[in-house]
Design a protein around this ligand. Structure first.
Ligand code: BES
Ligand code: MN
Length: 447
């Protein structure tokens, strides 16, 4: 168990409604960044809050000495929106602890995980007055909106942020008690499409049949994104997809996370997706086209016989190595333009994007990271996995700082990230605290 003081501080961190996508929460975002800066200073790091055109970035540094590696620990203090609020068992920014489980928005993603690193650094500094590596902690407030200002920040602060390796705990463990090392992430490309037919809503009796319904048109276009095998049916979409390695397919079959677990976690009546691949393969190593939101026409009680003027849908395409988000956006735009009938005007607005990531888990500092995970769970070999989620800045750490990233996540598969009732086991604060210590020690050794 963490100390009462640590738990209270964790709750303080969770109380900030730091929703990055919603400008109503700007004050909470800024207050959260300040809280982190103060906490990092209080444990003996030198922390600064940097302004960006968006939300602040907090950077903290430990004592520096020549001859040891510089490690950058990255995390984010922003969180996803909380709606639908009615499904939460407690208010999302009023954290609670019950049966060893902390519930709050951001509990796992990413406040619990980044806070456990802070606890680890705090402990080591308290005990030894030093750290085994030169440490930089960088905690941003825009990860959940695609980190729009962080790459420019990295480029502008290239020298101060120079490091040998980046470590991130913003991914998952495949099962409780099972050390997990993630060596790949999917990328993504977001697009919003609006189909406009008539210039105002029409009486569907007077005009239905004469004027084509934009909601129907959009539904047809959405349906055309997949073929009958549930492959994405866009020309060129799979051109750059790297095939799964046979060792991955083999190893993933034996993980303690299988289709039945996913079925239970999701509550879906059945799993279904691209033919020829298992569910884990589909989420970790195959690209997808997802509708994240869809709307248009009358949504109120009862019936309104209307032919809506507009319909819209928000899409994200999850991408795998070596797909290029820019190329995918072009492919998507081309699909919609070519297939839209003359009865609608389409507006296609690209959103944020991020490149996929893949490294050799057994190269570079990967082995040191696996050793640290092995010490955390003695006698267990870390599972080597990819994840289906995205952390867009990881590709920029490589291209701008020339540093590979180690992904050592502590979130459980059923943590409800991005969903109502997000959780983090309180014991994982201790786990993360220890992981931080072992990791910094192993990285210092593995130099
Ligand atoms: N922590 C997640 C990324 C993640 C999720 C990694 C699941 C591994 C497994 C991160 O905070 C996140 O949700 N990222 C967004 C990025 C997007 C908004 C650009 C995502 O993946 O949707
Ligand atoms: Mn996250």
């Amino acid at each position: 168990m963490p100390t009462d003081a640590a738990l209270n501080q964790f709750f303080d961190l969770l109380r900030f409604g730091s929703i990055s996508t919603d400008s109503k929460y700007k004050d909470q975002i800024v207050a959260c960044a300040d809280w982190l800066k103060d906490k990092l200073n209080a444990i003996g790091l030198e922390a600064t809050r940097y302004e960006t055109p968006g939300h602040p970035i907090v950077v903290a540094r430990g004592p520096r000495r020549d001859g040891r590696p510089t490690v950058l620990i990255y995390g984010h203090y922003d969180v996803q929106p909380v709606d639908p609020l009615t499904l939460w068992q407690r208010p999302p920014f009023n954290p609670g602890l019950e049966n060893g489980i902390v519930t709050a928005r951001g509990a796992s993603d990413n406040k619990g995980q980044i806070f456990s690193h802070i606890l680890g650094v705090e402990q080591t500094l308290k005990e030894t007055g030093d750290l085994p590596v030169n440490l930089i902690m960088l905690i941003e407030g825009e990860e959940e909106i695609g980190s729009p200002h962080l790459a420019a920040f990295l480029a502008a602060h290239r020298e101060e942020l120079a490091c040998e390796v980046v470590a991130i705990s913003d991914t998952g463990m495949i099962a409780p008690g099972h050390p997990t090392f993630t060596y790949g992430l999917r990328g993504l490309a977001a697009v919003e499409v609006t189909a406009t037919g008539p210039d105002h809503d029409l009486h569907s009796g007077i005009f239905g049949g004469a004027v084509e319904n934009p909601a129907t048109v959009l539904a047809r276009l959405i349906a055309g994104l997949h073929d009958k095998n549930l492959k994405v049916d866009l020309d060129g979409f799979y051109d750059d997809v790297k095939p799964l390695a046979s060792w991955e397919r083999e190893a993933w079959q034996h993980l303690p996370l299988q289709e039945l677990d996913l079925l239970k976690m999701t509550g879906a009546p059945a799993l279904r997706g691209e033919k020829g691949f298992t569910a884990l393969e589909r989420t970790w190593a195959r690209p997808t086209a997802e509708v994240n939101g869809i709307g248009g026409g009358y949504q109120g009680e009862g019936t309104k016989t209307v032919l809506p003027s507009k319909a819209m849908a928000k899409f994200t395409f999850r991408l795998v190595p070596d797909q290029d988000p820019k190329k995918i956006i072009e492919i998507v735009q081309d699909y919609f333009h070519r297939n839209a009938p003359p009865s609608v005007r389409l507006q296609i607005v690209p959103g944020h994007s991020g490149e996929p990531y893949l490294v050799d888990p057994n190269a570079g500092f990967g082995l040191a990271a696996q050793k640290a995970l092995g010490r955390l769970f003695p006698g267990k070999k870390p599972a080597l996995i990819r994840e289906g989620g995205s952390i867009p800045i990881v590709a920029d750490f490589k291209s701008i700082l020339n540093a590979d990233t180690l992904l050592l996540g502590l979130a459980l598969p059923d943590c409800n990230a991005h969903s109502p009732n997000e959780t983090f086991p309180v014991a994982h604060l201790d786990l993360g605290q220890n992981l931080n210590r072992y990791l910094l020690e192993e990285l210092a050794e593995g130099k």
